[in-house]
Design a protein around this ligand. Structure first.
Ligand SMILES: N[C@@H](CCOP(=O)(O)O)C(=O)O
Length: 396
């Protein structure tokens, strides 16, 4: 069953519906009775939690997503006076957390018998959709905001065989266009407004709790763009809490880029609705979104968990990206580094207390955006093909 998060209206699992009649968004309702011990005996992918994922397990479209590294980051943690783990979602098959959602979404598409899927994207969703559509044998079409998609992501979408359209507009406009096409049944929409996408992404929350030995961290910090992921992770946390697997829940802490921050602005006003940002701007193209579709769920996650939302500047993002890469060896794209930049800011202003147990989710791999990485780095030093020249350089 699918249910509206605002008015509670229910829909059948097989209705192709993206919004409730009241205009709000939908979520899948899960009723599961299973002991947590069963999970540890299964192959380590996100599908080990299959009872919580509402699709037919005989039709699963998978590239073995999930079970991503959960890195204890003692050097950075010590510097900030907290206990820090980083959940590295860039280790998924196409290099971002979207694969979890796309595996479930594509499975649902197969179950529904559609022949084409589509999305609007700042890059990662399209890369993932193109790969999983290829895996599932479906046609795919993606709309990208012209000039604002990092090179690695664009290459992935094109190479996996999606029909790639470059829209002379921003992500929000592209999403509106493709949603209309989906409502007119030209394709099945696999943006995160599709509630089945979030059923995959909630497994990040499941894994964090299991990674910590069935304990909740004090806080989970993550970047927020279209706001599907914070909503999904919170849904996962609540489902495991309600199942009795853990005794506590974390404070959900969403970080946005200064130039694209409608959710943080709403949080500061204690509001449950947003004022969309008309011309969103940030170097972190993955979160360059002014009108996030899942804002209702995201704000609920923040308020219900006694969480927080903060903005970070592009400079703070780039500094945090370098800090994580050079202190802990974890390479992430700029948007992912927003979680580390936010962590630093909230420790410095005292919002985060010393000794807190924190998990930062980093959402996409460094190589998604090679241009930004190269621009932020020193040029290689040129030397001749001579051992003497090499030795002289090393001894300098
Ligand atoms: N950053 C996203 C934006 C939209 O994605 P969705 O997961 O909310 O559908 C992207 O990679 O395109």
């Amino acid at each position: 069953m699918i249910r509206c998060v605002s008015c509670g209206q229910v829909y059948n699992d097989n209705d192709i519906v993206y919004r409730c009649e009241c205009g709000s968004i939908l979520e899948a309702v899960i009723n599961v009775d299973v002991k947590k011990e069963v999970f540890s005996s299964r192959k380590n992918t996100m599908w080990k939690y299959k009872e919580f994922i509402p699709v037919d397990e005989n039709k699963i479209v998978t590239l073995q997503e999930g079970a991503t590294p959960f890195c204890k980051c003692d050097k950075l943690g010590k510097e900030l006076g907290i206990n820090l783990h980083v959940k590295v979602e860039g280790s998924n098959p196409t290099g971002s957390f979207k694969d979890r959602g796309m595996s479930v979404g594509m499975t649902k598409a197969i179950m529904l018998g559609v022949d084409a899927v589509g999305c609007a994207s700042t890059g990662n969703t399209s890369a993932s959709l193109a790969a999983y559509a290829a895996r599932g044998g479906l046609k795919s079409i993606v709309l990208l905001p012209a000039g604002n998609v990092a090179l690695g992501k664009l290459a992935q979408a094109m190479f996996h065989g999606a029909e790639v359209l470059s829209v002379d507009g921003n992500f929000d406009e592209a999403l509106e266009m493709i949603t209309k096409l989906a409502r007119e049944k030209y394709l099945y929409l696999l943006n995160s407004i599709n509630p089945f996408r979030l059923e995959g992404q909630k497994t990040i929350g499941f894994e964090i709790l299991e990674d910590l030995g069935w304990q909740s961290p004090d806080r989970i910090i993550l970047p927020v763009g279209n706001a599907g992921n914070i909503s999904a992770i919170w849904k996962g946390i609540k489902e495991f809490y309600n199942a009795g697997y853990v005794e506590n829940k974390p404070m959900m802490t969403g970080i946005q880029a200064e130039g694209s921050a409608p959710i943080t602005h709403a949080f500061r006003k204690k509001s449950k609705s947003i004022t969309p940002v008309e011309n969103p701007e940030t170097i972190a193209t993955a979160i360059r979104i002014g009108d996030p579709v899942s804002y209702t769920k995201a704000l609920n996650a923040i308020y219900d968990s006694n969480g927080y939302s903060e903005t970070v500047s592009d400079d703070e993002i780039l500094n945090a990206q370098k800090l994580l890469a050079r202190t802990e060896g974890i390479g992430v794209e700029p948007a992912s580094a927003a979680s580390i930049a936010g962590l630093k800011k909230l420790v410095e202003d005292g919002t985060i207390e010393k000794g807190e147990n924190i998990v930062c989710v980093v959402t996409g791999h460094l190589l998604k955006d090679p241009d930004t990485a190269i621009k932020a780095s020193k040029e290689p030093t040129k030397i001749g093909a001579s051992y003497d020249e090499l030795k002289a350089y090393i001894q300098k």
